[in-house]
Design a protein around this ligand. Sequence first.
Ligand code: CP
Length: 319
Amino acid sequence: MNQAQPAYQFDHRHLLGLADYSREDILYVLEQARYFREILERPIPKIPSLRDKTIVNLFYENSTRTRVSFELAQRRMSADVVNFSASASSTKKGESLKDTIRNLESMKIDMVVVRHESPGVPHFLTRCVDAGIINAGDGAHEHPTQALLDMFTIREHFLDYDGLDGLKIAIIGDIAHSRVVRSNILGMLKLGAQVVVCGPKTMIPRGIEHQGVQVSHNIDETLAWCDVAMALRIQMERQDEGTALFPGVREYHQQFGIKRVHLDRYPDFKIMHPGPINRGVELESEVADSNRSVILDQVTNGVAVRMAILYLIAGGTRS
Ligand code: CP
């Protein structure tokens, strides 16, 4: 970091979604994350930046990557961490979300990381308590830290680019029900990328072009065009619930799955996926594990990006 430059005025008390963050805010978070990424490479990857802070991880929905990543980020920065699991709490006895959060705040907490199946819960919490709120995924609305780590990973692999200007990014799969795609479209367009969403008509919301993206229903045309192909998880539970968006898994894989043959045919694009992956559905297993995949880099970078956002929401400034 250049000591001579004045600190950027990052004035957000919360991270509710990338709709609220400007291009400059996003670039600032990503620059901070580069510093924390270096910390994670040290023999002892621990710093005292949050040693006076208490953070509650409030997860009402299942998670592997986001939950572990936030907890590791908090512990690497020496915060006091409390993990709240709805299934083992008084939520099961009928306690409301507002009562739960106000009781937790009475125990002097500084920040809350929340995942919930209902869109808008992080916004609601800002009206209940003074703590900083970070959205770890709210229904099909936003998943801002996932989009930040995705953009960080893309920049890491395309260092020639300032922002993501001119980069061609394809997002493939269930666009209609994805919070990851919503945050990524907001962030990637602010950083200057060209974005194509690709999938069956039933998975693409009507009028999405008005958000500034292009639509494709042809996987070959999309992969021939893009620098980065991000496959999304097909929500198999919808098939079981009887709200199927495609005739069957085999048909989906045939038409929209990324396969070994695509890697040979189109030698340039990188493969991303926010996880969890359905192997053999959105990605052939060999593709997920190939040297064109940066999926595990996304996971590694998630810790650094979450360290950066925790640090900034806690009021930290670095020049
Ligand atoms: N990408 C993501 O949100 O994964 P988890 O559901 O495992 O947190």
